[in-house]
Design a protein around this ligand. Structure first.
Ligand code: SF4
Ligand code: SF4
Length: 259
């Protein structure tokens, strides 16, 4: 025979019993005199907390070279199997110009994809990255109308070129190895790098600003982290259209193809 249930909550007095049926309205009534706290998103965007982990970003060195070396450690560390990386030799980045680099050292990340349908934003990938190429931004607007559109390509997460940086590919700073790059001892493009780009890509948009840095007419570039390029600040519709074309071009990772 089980004991009859008896509540452990303290019993109300006669006044409490009298107002119990309408007590809940007290919360509603008192809220009427408090300021409205509704976020006016998306018209007004609320900055996330300082340590918020949002969309990933692949960073650059001050001379414009990419930090990612295509080592795939981030992909191996990912518990959700959300990252796909294909490395390639820098020597093959530009046909006929083995001195050109996309990143310091031997290799660079030729293909880099993150599937945001899988990502749980745990940050293990950025902990695994040996070059601090991969960090997480405060961008939280990564919803989209298509599954394919949630697979972000390298160009979607690559850090913008700061003013004064020289667009890759181009040679490393003369007399340096990848070690100097990893130690963050590179402060900007050099005359040799500017000359190389002027010879191989005379119409490059970043040439003028980089040349100004070399001559001292402009300040050294500051690698920007966690800032979106205007074309990365995607509207949902734009994202859907753009991603469809990128998946068509490079169907390395698709939701349909993966288990
Ligand atoms: S944040 Fe976590 S789940 Fe997302 S890609 Fe990195 S390791 Fe994978
Ligand atoms: S982001 Fe970092 S860990 Fe991932 S492939 Fe590039 S260098 Fe390696």
């Amino acid at each position: 025979m089980t004991e009859p249930y008896e509540s452990q909550r303290p019993k109300k007095g006669p006044i409490g019993e009298l107002f119990a049926p309408v007590a809940g309205f007290g919360v509603t009534f008192s809220s009427m005199f408090k300021p409205t706290v509704t976020e006016q998103y998306p018209r007004r965007k609320t900055p996330p907390q300082t340590r918020y982990h949002g969309r990933h970003q692949l960073n650059r060195y001050a001379d414009g070279l990419e930090k990612c070396i295509g080592c795939e450690l981030c992909a191996w560390a990912c518990p959700a199997d959300a990252i796909y990386v294909e490395g390639a030799d820098n020597a093959e980045a530009v046909a006929g110009s083995p001195e050109a680099h996309m990143s310091p050292g031997e290799r660079y990340g030729r293909v880099y994809q993150i599937n945001y349908l899988r990502c749980i934003f745990c940050g293990l990938c950025i902990e695994a990255c040996p070059t601090r190429a991969l960090t997480m931004s405060k961008d939280y607007e990564i919803a989209g109308p298509t599954r394919a559109g949630m697979i972000y390509e390298k160009q979607d997460i690559l850090a913008p070129l700061a003013e004064g940086m020289l667009a890759a590919p181009h040679p490393m700073v003369e007399g340096t190895t990848d070690t100097e790059y990893y130690r963050d001892e590179i402060s900007g493009p050099t005359q040799e790098q500017v000359d190389w780009v002027r010879e191989h890509r005379p119409d490059d948009d970043t040439l003028a600003a980089a040349a100004a840095v070399v001559t001292g007419d402009a300040p050294k570039p500051t690698p920007s982290q966690h800032e979106l390029r205007p074309d990365q600040d995607r509207a949902v519709a734009t994202r859907a259209a753009a991603t469809q074309s990128s998946v068509d071009v490079r169907p390395v990772q698709t939701e349909e193809a993966r288990p």
